[in-house]
Design a binder for this molecule. Structure first.
Ligand SMILES: Nc1ncnc2c1ncn2[C@@H]1O[C@H](COP(=O)(O)OP(=O)(O)O)[C@@H](O)[C@H]1O
Ligand SMILES: [Mg+2]
Length: 275
């Protein structure tokens, strides 16, 4: 199967630009995310990941370029976009005083869902929170809160979900638990765009990975395609998993030939790989 064109992508951006005063954060970002896939936007702290997610979720207007989410333009059809998405930020938006179940039922009420208890039970089970369902969130670990937060974002059954650094700040076990929850999202037809600073996280969760650096997508492909960019020496002599930095350095060395539109506008077509 060929990767779909941007026309029927669940998320597509074309030449997105955003500056804060003199600081150019996005300098022309081109992306296409197929419906029903998990897409990781990988970038170091300050790369512009949150800025891009805020534009895609209509919280911020781009200076130039365009973007569509679920087929709707993020500027001219912002209300339609908002009805099609959920956004889970780096900081959990759950109520501490309520139990996990109460949080979910409250959210279900806000969404006018009828099957509230059944919905809550199902989500609690999917995110391994059944045992903690009737405890106040104040007693939850960071990983449990983050999982509840993701579960909350699913109550409205949105076709597109944004997870902005879903595991940042969690301990290793919390991270693994959240990964498990995110894997649950895959294969259910939901499109997930997650941001991360960690290649291993992208590797665990994503069908495709794009690296955001210097305001552009400098590489875009499957994990295998990105790792193929690493010079053989890196793989031979580095006695650890290749990191984002390894891939990034390799991409910079090779002039960004990973299918990202970063350095060469004509390179975009190389991202149309066979699956
Ligand atoms: N509202 C703002 N005003 C000025 N600068 C900002 C604002 N928001 C973010 N920035 C700056 O833009 C850059 C990208 O930020 P951000 O999108 O949050 O990156 P990331 O999420 O990848 O860490 C950073 O240098 C940050 O300090
Ligand atoms: Mg951020």
């Amino acid at each position: 199967m060929t990767i779909t064109s941007t026309a029927d992508a669940a998320i597509a951006t074309d030449g997105l630009r955003k500056s804060y005063g003199d600081l150019t954060v996005l300098a022309g970002v081109d992306l296409a995310v197929d419906a029903g896939t998990v897409f990781a936007l990988l970038g170091s702290n300050g790369a512009g990941k949150t800025t891009l997610v805020r534009i895609l979720s209509t919280l911020l207007k781009p200076d130039a370029g365009s973007a569509t989410v679920a087929g709707f333009d993020v500027v001219s059809a912002a209300a339609n976009v908002r009805e099609s998405i959920s956004l889970t930020g780096q900081f959990a938006a759950v109520d501490e005083i309520l139990t996990g179940r109460e949080n979910l039922v409250l959210m279900a009420r806000l969404w006018h869902r009828k099957d509230r208890d059944r919905l809550a039970d199902g989500l609690l089970a999917r995110f391994q929170l059944t045992d903690a369902a009737d405890r106040r969130v104040a007693t939850y670990s960071g990983g449990m809160r983050r999982r509840l937060d993701i579960a909350m974002s699913l109550v409205g059954n949105p076709p597109v979900i944004f997870l902005d650094e879903p595991t940042t700040g969690l301990d290793p076990q919390g991270r693994l638990d959240v990964w498990k929850g995110i894997k649950e999202l895959a294969g259910q037809g939901t499109t997930v765009l997650l941001t991360t600073q960690y290649l291993d996280e992208a590797e665990q969760l994503a069908d495709r990975i794009a690296i955001l650096h210097g305001g552009r997508i400098i590489a875009d492909g499957t994990l295998a395609e990105l790792k193929a960019l690493l010079p053989p020496a890196t793989v031979e002599y580095v006695e650890r998993q290749p990191t984002l930095e390894d891939v990034f350095l390799a991409v910079v060395r090779t002039g960004g030939t990973a299918g990202g539109a970063g350095n060469d506008p004509t390179a975009a077509s190389t991202s149309e790989v066979e699956r």
